[in-house]
Design a protein around this ligand. Sequence first.
Ligand SMILES: [Zn+2]
Length: 231
Amino acid sequence: MRKTLAVAAALAACALTAAPGRPAELLATGSGWKLATRLGVTSLSPSRQYTLTFATAAMKSRYTPYLTAAVSQVKAAGVKLVIGGVESVNPAKCGPVGHIQYTEMYRPLGRGGYSQAMPCPHPPKGVGTGGIVAIDTEYWDGSWPMPEYKLRNTLVHEPLHALGLDHPNLDLNKDGKAGDGECVATRYGNTPVMCSPNGGYRTSTSMGRLTGFDTAGLKALLANARAQGIK
Ligand SMILES: [Zn+2]
């Protein structure tokens, strides 16, 4: 009983000191976006350069065309993201600060057709430091055929995980879980590219681009940094 009271008192004191002059609580989720707060990432530094790097020159040539449009959109949202060069990648270990490292693996998640990506977890002050992207090799050897739009959207979905976006899936059908494909959509039926397992535009002109939902998520990561005075 005494313990409970002590905790309550501590919380009350915390609430008091947190009230004036302190920034409001950090954003964690919004319509069609969710931040990777479960991995300790709450922000992206507005001044830090984030660089996509690749384990081999062949991967750099393979992925660059798929990433160019999305990188422009990420930049327009305010994140200093660039396509960089080649460096050695150890998928079990985070690389240099700010690097989002690409490699390829056979079924990195242990499931056919799934790729995997994550930000380096629990960075200082929650400010993203980059991450790892492991693309399933099955996309390229013909063993996992999929429509072009799915491939393009997947290749953009994964690096956004490394930047700090999570799946924004919801329990829309009220069955108790946020299931596959259960995401908000525009009135044209477009779901966030971060919707799991596949979201994003399906037309040949827009596939592989971020939707407004995804851009809003990136802006939330930047806003959280600014709210904490992080440059
Ligand atoms: Zn995902």
